[in-house]
Design a protein around this ligand. Structure first.
Ligand SMILES: C[S@@+](CC[C@H](N)C(=O)[O-])C[C@H]1O[C@@H](n2cnc3c(N)ncnc32)[C@H](O)[C@@H]1O
Length: 228
């Protein structure tokens, strides 16, 4: 019992600590807090379909992930399921040189992102379903676990069937469904890392992993066999 108690207390303390750090940066970048959790508009955990709730990724994690991603002025970045816009806030604070887009299904949450982001010309918020977008407008996509596994598989299938140019995909956190990309034609793993603590401070009650992939439709084997 004491071990469990101390573990729980440590988890709570660390969670509060990172939220305080986040609040500090939110206020500096957005002039408002993006910490509040908003439940999902639709999820069916049993069937593994639907969307997750709106929980902002800690800045400290984004710093770690994006140290592995090079964004140039030729890129167009999209955060799929941008929530209140934390990923976009991080990138704008890092003077990222490309246009930044976020798509958010939950209207109330998307409006929160729109409010603060209107001060940055570089950021556009699209309120709507990520499944209705034309992904050929973007070169770098990020998924901070917006979908339950089967919906994630559908998203990958959509990308594979519609993309005409190479993209980079950042997937945080991927341990539940990321293996779907393994050994898939056209996909190549660039980096993966498991994160449990940063500067000795826990970032979650369980370990979390991110992975960065590239997808090149030209390298995708055609399922068509035989002469045309
Ligand atoms: C875990 S939050 C991540 C928020 C943000 N990307 C971040 O990392 O701080 C996932 C968000 O994805 C949104 N989402 C889920 N399914 C979506 C869909 N089909 N289209 C657009 N947004 C979606 C949810 O409403 C939720 O706000």
């Amino acid at each position: 019992m004491p071990v469990r108690f101390f573990k729980k207390a440590e988890n709570n303390l660390c969670f509060q600590f990172w939220n305080c750090v986040d609040l500090f940066y939110d206020m500096r970048i957005c002039g408002r807090s993006l910490v509040r959790y908003v439940p999902s508009v639709f999820r069916d955990d049993k069937a593994g379909v639907g969307s997750t709730g709106s929980q902002s990724t800690h800045y400290v994690i984004l710093k770690r992930i994006f140290s592995n991603v090079h964004l140039s002025s030729d890129d167009a970045f999209l955060d799929i399921g941008c929530g209140k816009g934390r990923v976009l806030a991080f990138l704008v604070s890092q003077k990222c040189p490309c246009p930044l887009y976020g798509v958010e299904l939950n209207e109330a949450v998307g409006k929160e992102a729109e409010k603060w982001a209107s001060r940055y010309k570089q950021i556009s918020i699209i309120i709507g379903d990520a499944f209705l977008l034309d992904y050929n407008k973007f070169t770098v996509l990020s998924l901070a676990r917006p979908f339950l596994p089967k919906t994630f598989y559908n998203c990958v299938d959509l990308l594979e069937s519609t993309l005409t140019h190479p993209i980079t995909l950042i997937y945080w956190y991927d341990q539940q469904s990321g293996n779907y990309l393994k050994n898939r034609s056209g996909w190549e793993l660039q980096t993966t890392e498991t994160v449990e603590r940063i500067n000795g401070i826990k970032i979650s009650s369980a370990y979390l992993r991110y992975s960065i992939w590239t997808f090149d439709p030209q390298k995708k084997e055609s399922s068509c066999i035989g002469p045309e």
